[in-house]
Design a protein. Structure first.
Length: 288
């Protein structure tokens, strides 16, 4: 006799994001975390607005316009049956932020999910080696941008009595190690923002959580491994063995691992979760 567990849904009844509208920032990089998040939310049925700043993206093959990359991403999403559009926005500019929200409303009818993924490594050095301008740049992208976008999204979410904000932090949000002064400080601040939004707007049915990736196989991470291998005359496998020696799972994750966590926190299956911080780091140490 098959036992039916209370609350368990059959696959045909699994909850989805159909009818929801999501904004995901920092989505231009192919093989990046933002792109994987946008793709997963679209697969789950959400209409997704992909955003990034209107500037070139430096790649091993040269600079490519981010608008071109976003247009291609949207085309691919639509070809796979998803619903998507893109909007060029600088998250550090209040007027850009508001126009992004208005675009989502006009194009798809509202804002139900916000994923603050855009980030900057500005100020990733020992504190004495950093300049005030680097701290300002880090603050603008890593903390003020998510704050302004969240504020604008919350206004819309309150109208429907529900919404989910997911902030993309880092293992640097959870601890500290030498050499990442401004970046670590701002990523800690992002967790403070996450918990504050959760505390203040839960009464409006709005949830806010954070996902903190560790080593993830983005193009940037893969390129870093290649550079280390070349500089130290090591094979890629030897580099991985050294870099991941203190990671419990002894490997880097994939962008899809982060996307899966975001999809869970954005969706109804996490309806009673807010103010949570979810590491996606394979058991990596978090420092001091």
């Amino acid at each position: 006799m098959q036992v039916s567990l209370p609350g368990k849904k059959e696959s045909s009844e699994m909850v989805t994001l159909t009818g929801k509208v999501a904004i995901v920032t920092g989505t231009s990089a192919p093989g990046g975390i933002g792109r994987a998040i946008a793709w997963r939310l679209a697969q789950d049925g959400a209409a997704v607005v992909l955003t990034d700043i209107d500037e070139p993206l430096e790649t091993p093959d040269g600079a490519i316009g981010k608008a071109e990359l976003l247009a291609l991403a949207v085309s691919e999403l639509k070809a796979s049956g998803g619903t998507a559009a893109y909007f060029m926005a600088d998250v550090t500019k209040k007027e850009n932020v508001q126009r992004c929200i208005e675009f989502a409303k006009a194009r798809f009818g509202g804002v139900d999910i916000l994923v603050n993924n855009a980030g900057s490594l500005a100020g990733s050095a020992n504190i004495l080696d950093t300049e005030p301008s680097q701290w300002e740049d880090s603050f603008l992208v890593n903390l003020l941008g998510p704050t302004m976008l969240s504020k604008a999204a919350i206004v819309e979410m309150r109208k429907t009595g529900s919404g989910s904000i997911v902030n993309i932090g880092s293992t640097k949000s959870l601890g500290a190690e030498a050499g990442f002064g401004a970046y670590t400080s701002m990523k800690h601040g992002l967790i403070g923002l996450t918990k504050t939004i959760a505390a203040e707007y839960g009464v409006d049915g709005i949830r806010c959580n954070a996902v903190c990736p560790g080593y993830i196989n983005t193009e940037m991470h893969i390129l870093a491994n290649k550079k280390i291998a070349a500089n130290l005359n090591l094979s890629i496998e030897e580099v991985k063995e050294r870099r991941y020696a203190n990671v419990a799972l002894r490997s880097a994750g994939d962008p899809e691992d982060v996307a899966n966590a975001v999809a869970f926190l954005a969706g109804p299956e996490s309806a009673y979760i807010t103010g949570a911080v979810l590491p996606v780091a394979g058991g990596a140490p978090i420092g001091v």
